[in-house]
Design a protein. Sequence first.
Length: 197
Amino acid sequence: MTVGEAAANSDANSTKSALSSPKPVSVLFVCLGNICRSTMAEGVFQSLTRPANKPAYPLIAKIDSCGTGAYHVGDSPDSRTMSMLADNGISTYRHRARKFHTKDFADFDYILAMDDDNLEHLQRLRAREAKNRGGEGVKMGKVMLFGDFGGGKRRSGRGEEVQDPYYGGHDGFEIAYEQSVRFSKAFIEMLENGELS
């Protein structure tokens, strides 16, 4: 199924479930440098929730991506990411890399890490930020592994990681794209079904 077909499916189901959802949510995708995996995920997620020439998906308020490192701040996504998106009908996606900032914990409801290292880095930052703000009772976005949505489980019990394709070939970008589609659809379905807390 292409992203366009998935968007049509999602669009058909979204109207009925939007009526029961309390408020739209914001989603942030995070990888290391913000030029490959998190931008791939953001591009796919945007195409599913904000399809061209159609109303925006009502349960999503804001979508963005960033990196835990500042290696590529201000750069466009990797050309292989953009090529993979374009090959799959996503040609309007634009982004400039940025580094994760602690204010993102307040600005986003769901912060989705691409791999265990990203997840652990964000969890440490979140714990420190919660302490600085006066404790765990402060409203902060949920930090989760993107692969917990629709991915298989590893021996550790965690969901799939989206491996960094930066130093590899075309197949790594194909895998990252396939995972981004699968995980995004699962996230949207769980949101529609009220399964996200």
